[in-house]
Design a protein around this ligand. Structure first.
Ligand code: SF4
Length: 907
């Protein structure tokens, strides 16, 4: 089976290419490559941990030099069931992050005005006491909603949920509505699971909406399985206006107009229905067709056949010819893909993430219509098909879990967006501008909204206003544009310097990964006693688990708030719980099979996880919906079965929830016009559609700044423009172009190419890092020196003063930097476009491409935040505010992070 986790590396059967066997991880010898031709033996201790450079959480194996005690490099961990010893370029680049001469090593406190860039070094004790006391005061005064934890890359699963519950704070904020809220809604409407889990390795046909193979969700674990399927004969189709690396590796490239993808998918659905290549047995058993007929087609007979007839009529006008015209692809291509899906049947797999969902108004219909194809073909939960994420994501219990809190924070979950799948994070500056509240203690944690979010200057205005943000604490492993506006910068560990657990839906199996501080584990294996992770981390870098535990003690030093008790050691309540106690309890009590596996090796469960860094919990997980249950399921053919998590426990083609909450035209999978609809553009003039959301597979958002290997690979940042558009608009490659959005403009360089459809232009969001000081404020491997200037009320300009330059440090490579262009931050010039249903920021932009004006310079970004605010008002006016049925703020069956009590849902 493809779930085998003992795949050899590169080629089979040669000792040189196999992984070091785990029984020799404590004493591994190999020749020093740099000493060649001398045969110098290096001795290593190999310690597993988990990569922190994207959401995949691949296994890493750190090579700790036994002589120097330093980490020499990172390779893949063969014992990790998700990544099976393989990594993308970003995994091994963890070594750069550990050794970066620019990294922040000590806690710092602002001394000048916020944003002036003046800092003083403080002790952790001072920082913890100041922050904790302030939080304690807010909680004592009932201002719990003024504490907010805003996370970018979580990299952990459940610890912060627990912490926020212990505090009684509904303050979890995320980056999800700039990333995936939209696709989540599309999937959740079907099954209540908000992500898919593709069994790529066993698929016969794979349909990817976006550059998923190279840069998608769960990059490397998915990519390696997609390639396995391809090697076994599977065909791949990629839908993307841009000829991505993924598209170039595919058998079919469908370069459709942005936002028209649901039309194409519905045309495929129509063909499957027309050809009768539908799994009727599955549909009749598992789709809510009775509800659909009753509510959507009440005049039709209540029979399954009548439901199928209704589907055929509903989608009759989605002919391949109509879709070809609407989407800008050939009808024959649509038919070919439909035929491949039909032939693959249960072994049809797919994925969409970002792409249509993240780019477009109503983009969530992309995931919903894609899932429709799986429902029609019965490829739900099958070998080679698509399962709901929750079936394979393993969530262990956390120790001593506090109860849910009963408050509801309207700054995060406002009444205007009752169906938003995540917090309305991008609207925080606008809500504060409108006076909806204030934030007294604001944590940004591995999060860089000024650079990452749309409308960054509105974030800058918010963060520099101490009336709106009382105290800004940046927890970060690296410098960032946002940390520049913090009151405290607290250095947090990278992948090799912290504890976290995680599990993701990488394939048809469940696993749990354990990130651990490599030098701490190595020291303990060597017989040393280490109390806290910072003892072995560089400088005074802490791990967050210990930080939150200690901070919670400072919030409630005498226990009178009832908070401290959740963080006291179970063995000695007079001291904080230790990470060994915390994770030891989890591994002892809530990971099925782990205690037995550990005992078989004479280890404790914690010892087993420290040895291997991961454990497989269950393999070959398929068709979980069919599992017989005693209660809480749905009766199918006389047997109670688990089903799905929707109110009906079935796959909901018709969503009563959408109807109940006022979205009567969106009750079934459909196609609505995007805000960048191609027919609305003045394509004879300078208007084009800008796609700003594609990733470069070798960069990591903010955290690539301290990864020199990665910046050496990726530092180009042009605007992709079809050669015919370049001719029409009078541009050539390397020409400057002024890109005008609804709230400002920015200046980039053109790259004329055939690799993008005419009418569409694109630039990766990964570059454009800046710093406001020659020496500090961002890593010099990646950032350009800029001047941020206020030109008038709400008018801002960021101007580059210099590119990336060599610099002197304790790493000789810093003097060898040969790349110069820091790129341009586009996101600053994008106003917020919150989709009225999912809440997702619709990233695509309607832009004008014009020649630069006198005085314009490469890298200029000019924005009017007053205009951004007006556009925010236009978009928020499209919503249908709650409360909904039962006076609810939000449907109770919709998931949400840190879910409060049902009473809190009452408006
Ligand atoms: S895909 Fe790459 S960046 Fe992501 S976790 Fe795996 S090795 Fe790290």
């Amino acid at each position: 089976m493809t779930t085998d986790n003992k795949l050899p590396r590169i080629t089979e059967g040669t000792d040189l290419t196999n992984f070091p066997p785990p029984d020799r991880w404590d004493d591994w010898e190999e020749y020093d490559a740099q000493a060649w031709p001398e045969k110098v033996i290096n001795r290593y201790r190999l310690v597993p941990t988990t990569c922190f450079n994207c959401e995949s959480a691949c296994g890493l194996l750190a090579y700790v030099d036994k002589d120097s005690g330093e980490i020499q490099r990172f390779e893949g961990n063969p014992a990790h069931p998700g990544s099976r010893g393989r990594n993308c370029a970003k995994g091994p680049a963890t070594i750069n992050q550990v050794n970066d001469p620019e990294r922040i090593l000590y806690p710092m406190r602002r001394v000048g005005e916020r944003g002036s860039g003046e800092w003083e070094r403080v002790t952790w004790e001072e920082a913890l006491t100041d922050i904790g006391t302030r939080m304690g005061t807010a909680i004592r005064e009932g201002r719990n909603d003024e504490i907010m934890y805003h996370v970018g890359r979580p990299g952990e699963d459940g610890f912060m949920d627990r912490t926020l519950k212990a505090w009684g704070v509904d303050g979890h904020n995320s980056h999800t509505n700039i990333g995936s809220s939209s696709a989540r809604v599309g999937y959740a409407l079907w099954s209540a699971y908000d992500r898919p889990s593709a069994d790529f390795a066993n698929a016969k046909f794979i349909l990817l909406l976006s550059a998923h193979l190279e840069t998608g969700h769960y990059f490397n674990p998915h990519a390696q399985r997609i390639m396995e399927a391809k090697q076994a004969g599977a065909k791949i189709a990629t839908v993307d206006p841009r000829l991505s690396n993924t598209a170039s590796m595919s058998d079919y490239w469908l370069s459709c107009w942005p936002g028209t993808e649901p039309a194409m998918l519905l045309a495929i659905a129509r063909l499957l229905l027309k050809w009768d290549t539908v799994d009727h047995d599955f549909m009749e058993r598992w789709v809510n067709w009775e509800d659909t007929l009753t509510h959507k087609y009440p005049d039709r007979p209540l029979t399954y056949k009548s439901f199928v007839d209704a589907l055929k009529d509903e989608y009759a006008h989605y002919t391949p010819e109509w879709a070809a015209d609407e989407c800008g692809v050939e009808a024959a291509q649509i038919e070919t893909v439909a035929r491949q899906i039909a032939e693959a049947g249960h072994a049809f797999s797919s994925h969409t993430w970002r792409s249509v969902g993240s780019g477009n108004l109503s983009g969530w219909q992309g995931a919903r219509t894609l899932q429709f194809l799986h429902v029609l073909t019965g490829s739900v939960g099958t070998v080679g098909g698509l399962s709901p994420s929750g079936w394979v994501k393993f969530k262990p219990q956390h120790w001593n879990m506090p109860p849910p809190n009963s408050s509801w924070n309207e700054m995060l979950w406002p009444k205007e967006y009752p169906l938003a799948y995540h917090e309305m994070s991008i609207l925080l500056p606008h809500f504060l501008k409108e006076g909806r509240g204030r934030v007294d203690v604001y944590f940004t944690r591995v999060y860089n909204p000024i650079w990452t979010n749309p409308d960054g200057f509105s974030w800058l205005e918010m963060l520099t206003d101490e009336e709106k943000i009382g105290l800004h604490v940046a927890l970060t492993p690296t410098w960032s544009e946002t940390a520049w506006y913090a009151d405290y910068i607290l250095p947090m560990g990278v992948a090799a310097e912290r504890h976290d657990t995680h599990s993701y839906e990488t394939h048809a199996a469940k696993w749990l990964g354990f990130r651990q501080p490599v030098l701490r584990v190595a020291a303990e294996r060597d017989g040393e006693t280490i109390e806290r992770t910072y003892e072995t981390n560089p400088g005074e870098v802490w791990e967050e688990t210990e930080f939150w535990i200690d901070l919670s003690w400072k919030v409630d030093p005498d226990g009178s708030l009832g908070i401290r008790k959740w963080f006291e050691s179970p063995n000695d309540p007079s001291r904080p719980v230790s990470v060994d106690e915390y994770y030891g309890w989890m591994f002892d009590n809530s990971v099925p099979g782990l205690p037995d596996k550990a005992a078989a090796e004479g280890l404790t469960p914690l010892g087993y996880m420290r040895k291997y860094g991961a454990v497989e919990v269950e393999r070959d997980v398929y068709e979980v919906n069919e599992t017989p249950v005693q209660e809480g399921g749905v009766e199918i053919d006389g047997t109670m079965r688990q089903g799905f998590k929707t109110p009906s426990k079935k796959l909901e083609f018709y969503s009563a929830t959408m109807d109940d909450w006022g979205w009567h035209d969106e009750t079934i999978p459909g196609y609505q016009k995007t805000h960048v609809y191609w027919r609305d553009m003045d394509m004879d003039g300078p208007e084009r559609i800008l796609l700003p959301i594609f990733r470069l597979p070798t960069l990591i958002h903010t955290r690539s700044g301290n990864a020199k290997y990665l910046y050496e690979i990726s530092h180009g940042h042009p605007l992709w423009m079809n050669a015919s558009d370049a001719d029409k608009l009078g541009f050539e490659t390397t020409d400057l172009v002024r890109i005008e959005t609804d709230s400002g403009h920015f200046i980039m360089r053109v790259w004329a190419t055939e690799g993008i459809r005419p009418g569409v232009v694109a630039a990766s969001h990964h570059l454009g890092r800046w710093r406001q000081n020659e020496q500090k404020g961002n890593e010099r491997w990646a950032s350009g020196l800029v001047n941020v200037e206020q030109l008038g009320d709400g008018k801002w300009r960021l101007r580059q003063l210099g590119g990336i330059e060599p610099f002197t440090s304790n790493d000789p490579d810093s003097e060898r930097i040969w790349w110069k262009d820091p790129g341009v931050n586009q996101n600053l010039a994008f106003p917020v476009h919150p989709d009225p249903i999912s809440g997702m920021h619709a990233w695509h932009q309607r832009v004008k491409l014009v020649k630069p004006e006198p005085g314009d310079q490469y890298g200029d970004v000019v924005v009017d935040t007053n205009k951004s605010h007006e556009i925010y008002k236009e978009w928020i006016a499209r919503t249908k505010p709650g409360p909904g049925p039962g006076n609810l703020r939000r449907p109770l069956w919709f998931d949400r992070p840190v879910k409060p009590t049902p009473e809190a849902y009452q408006a």
